[in-house]
Design a protein around this ligand. Structure first.
Ligand code: DX5
Ligand code: ZN
Length: 230
């Protein structure tokens, strides 16, 4: 039986109460969150605005968990250092952004920060897999980036499976992240298709006790992963 990969849940603070982020962080930690996902939006790459390095810094001061920064911005190269200094542990850029992906990767290496690359639903996963030997994370979007609370797009599942097959040939650990519409119903199929890092926004923060929501998601993820290795 193949070795079990670490499966991690990363609550997305975009769905939390921005006026009580400290409370959201505490509740998610109590529920066993493995990391926090922070969605940075510039109003150009996506039609929404969220937050910048100052908020990342404020979150950094409240938790020791890794901060996974999803840069939905046109010019990741320009802001990489600022987000690194603010406390981001993994900086995930989009291959569709205006910055040259190879240059973003080199900049990340110079800074000594973990770098991931993401694809929108309409972008072939190959666009990110060709960089995978230099990446720490591959992120497959299962909604159109910009807003939380959208329904999971099942087209993401074959992309995860293709990414999993490719990553298995690399001989090094690369997180395979899924982001958008992850719920106890969709988390299992995503885990079965090979995802190891699960971004969860509304399913954690939009109703019900946060620790209980996380426990339900973890049960679903583990059941899905068990089906994958059977
Ligand atoms: C969407 C963001 C997601 C979002 C996920 O652009 O990248 O991280 O917060 O939220 P849910 O889990 O509610 O789809
Ligand atoms: Zn995200």
């Amino acid at each position: 039986m193949p070795a079990r990969r670490a499966l991690r849940l990363a609550p997305s603070l975009l769905s939390a109460d921005f006026a009580d982020l400290a409370g959201a962080i505490r509740a998610a930690e109590a529920g066993g969150a493995d990391a926090f996902h922070l969605d940075v939006m510039d109003g150009h790459f996506v039609p929404n605005l969220s937050f910048g390095p100052a908020l990342v810094r404020a979150v950094r001061a409240r938790t020791k968990l890794p901060l996974d920064l999803h840069l939905m911005i046109d010019e990741p190269l320009r802001y990489l250092e600022a987000f690194h200094r603010a406390g981001g542990d993994t900086l995930v850029f989009h291959v569709e952004a205006r910055s040259d992906p190879a240059e973003v990767l080199r900049a990340g290496q110079r800074l000594g920060v973990a770098v991931g690359a993401a694809v929108r639903p309409e972008t072939p996963v190959d666009r990110v897999l060709r960089l995978a030997d230099r990446l720490d994370q591959v992120l497959v979007m299962s909604v159109h980036p910009g807003f939380s609370g959208q329904a999971f797009l099942p087209e993401a599942l074959p992309k995860l499976a293709e990414a999993r097959r490719h990553l298995a040939t690399l001989g090094r650990e690369v997180d395979l992240s899924i982001d958008g519409g992850i719920t106890p119903e969709t988390a299992g199929p995503a885990a079965e298709a090979g995802a190891t890092f699960f971004v969860c926004g509304n399913s954690v923060f939009a109703g019900g006790p946060v620790p209980e929501n996380l426990r339900r998601l973890r049960t679903a993820v583990e059941a899905g992963a068990a089906r994958a290795v059977r």
